[in-house]
Design a protein around this ligand. Structure first.
Ligand code: AMO
Length: 439
């Protein structure tokens, strides 16, 4: 079948814009065939676009021979244009239908689709990811990424309004920032380079000039673990602020999270209904628990974590039951955090690093940074890192590095919370993990 040319057709509205009040109006729609139902004398075509669906009703005896033949040729996922008249009706779920005057078939689709796009027969996640381009056409998938878009837009505007500048730091780097184990190596013109795990060192250097910066972008971790919350490539929303400490950026963070939840709740009612999910707007300030108090609480629950160690996932699950919403964990042992986190002045065995948790999942990590060069060199050595590999970064500390602090939100993990999805792969367009490099 030769596809029709789009010609001079211009979309007048999306499916979701059509209301009974538009009765009698002519519209031009573009989209895809989602379902076809035949009732003898009438054919119903459910047309889907980004914003939803609309019923195209073809009364066989009343339409032209050409419209009839075009409508008979349609199959699921055909890409089509429809010019027609809006009709108010009690017979369709939305109270409206469109009677076509002209149909253009812009492209055809395979007769056998690898997954059921109506969502009636849910496929498992691997089958969905194998056919990701098609899977993303499902209304649940579209709802997930619209919510992510709205949340990120809310976060960006919030930061712009508070004077943060958006920056872009390198993805190809010469030394590790977040521990050496989880690095991907790159052959950089014969020299060994790495994919950035975070913008940590660059965002810190930028506070000397731009003072308040943020960056949204992909970062890379060669994660050995295959879990429902780890990816090899994830989107990080990073901020760094001069003349600030952990308390300042924690206060900013809880407002950012509250604002993102509020905006999604207000603007995404349709998407949340599709996903059968509710978003609660959290009250601020969030609960602040110290690492020591967390260990005590866990002990009471029969879970022992040796002091100084990171908290294992199983212990976090127990903690998540005790605190079923957002909470901070502060005052971590200095040893458990990265070299750039500032030890407390009064108790150097503890540091000014924090994590923001949602139930059992860590969604943000941040802290006050070390601004003093000698201390930073000492911490690098204590972590078994060679200061020589960090000489370009360390040099910045000779030029008036101000006290500073910052954090990074894992965008996919935030999206999981906002959409109620339990696997990070569902909220990632094209996830990369240990076993998946395609599509
Ligand atoms: P951290 O390593 O804790 O901190 O990362 C910050 C946040 O990013 C998300 N995240 C991930 N999401 C999916 N898959 C992964 N493999 C993954 N790794 C991390 C998490 C996490 O809380 N430079 C510091 C941040 C800072 O101090 O500013 C850092 O990278 O949600």
């Amino acid at each position: 079948m030769t596809p029709d040319f789009i010609g001079n057709w211009v979309r007048t509205c999306y499916s979701a814009d059509i209301t009974p009040a538009m009765d009698g109006k002519e519209v031009t729609l573009f989209g895809w065939v989602k379902e076809i139902r035949d009732l003898g004398g009438i054919r119903f075509i459910i047309l889907q676009d980004r914003e939803g669906t609309i019923q195209i009703t073809v009364p066989r005896k009343k339409v032209s021979a050409e419209v009839l033949s075009k409508s008979n040729s349609l199959q699921k996922r055909y890409s089509v244009g429809v010019k027609g008249v809006v009709k108010k009706t009690d017979m369709s779920p939305r109270g409206v239908e469109v009677i076509p005057n002209e149909i253009k078939v812009l492209n055809t689709a395979a007769a056998q689709l690898p997954i059921d796009i109506t969502g009636k027969t849910p496929a498992n996640i691997e089958a969905r990811l194998d056919a990701r381009a098609l899977d993303l056409c499902q209304e649940q998938s579209i709802a997930v990424f619209k919510i992510q878009h709205v949340a990120l837009d809310a976060i960006r505007s919030f930061l712009f309004e508070r004077g943060f500048l958006e920056v872009h730091t390198p993805r190809i780097i010469a030394s590790a920032t977040e521990g050496g184990a989880a690095l991907f190596t790159v052959d950089y013109f014969g020299e060994k380079a790495y994919l950035a795990q975070s913008p940590q060192l660059y965002k810190e250097q930028l506070v000397m000039s731009l003072e308040k910066v943020f960056e949204v972008g992909p970062f890379f971790r060669a994660e050995a673990s295959h879990t429902r919350r780890h990816l090899s490539e994830f989107i990080s929303v990073d901020i760094e602020q001069a003349f600030a400490d952990a308390e300042d950026v924690m206060a900013l963070l809880e407002q950012v999270i509250q604002h993102a939840c509020k905006t999604v709740k207000e603007k995404c009612t349709k998407e949340l209904t599709i996903l059968k999910h509710k978003v609660e707007v959290p009250e601020v300030p969030f609960k602040r628990l110290t690492y020591d108090s967390v260990l005590d609480d866990l002990k009471k629950e029969g879970v022992e974590v040796p002091w100084g160690e990171d908290i294992p996932t199983e212990a976090f699950r127990t903690l998540g039951k005790l605190h079923p919403y957002f909470y901070f964990i502060t005052d971590w042992p200095t040893e458990s955090k990265a070299f750039y986190i500032k030890p407390r002045d009064d108790k150097p065995e503890l540091c000014e690093g924090f994590d923001l948790m949602w139930r059992w999942i860590e969604i943000v990590s941040g802290g006050t940074r070390i601004a003093e060069k000698d201390l930073l060199i000492r911490r690098l050595k204590e972590k078994g890192l060679n200061p020589e590999s960090f000489k370009h970064h360390l040099q910045a500390f000779d030029y008036g590095m101000p006290p500073h602090a910052g954090w990074a939100i894992g965008l996919e993990r935030l999206t999981m919370i906002l959409t109620g999805r339990r696997n990070i792969r569902e909220v990632t367009l094209y996830p990369r993990d240990r076993t998946r490099l395609t599509p």
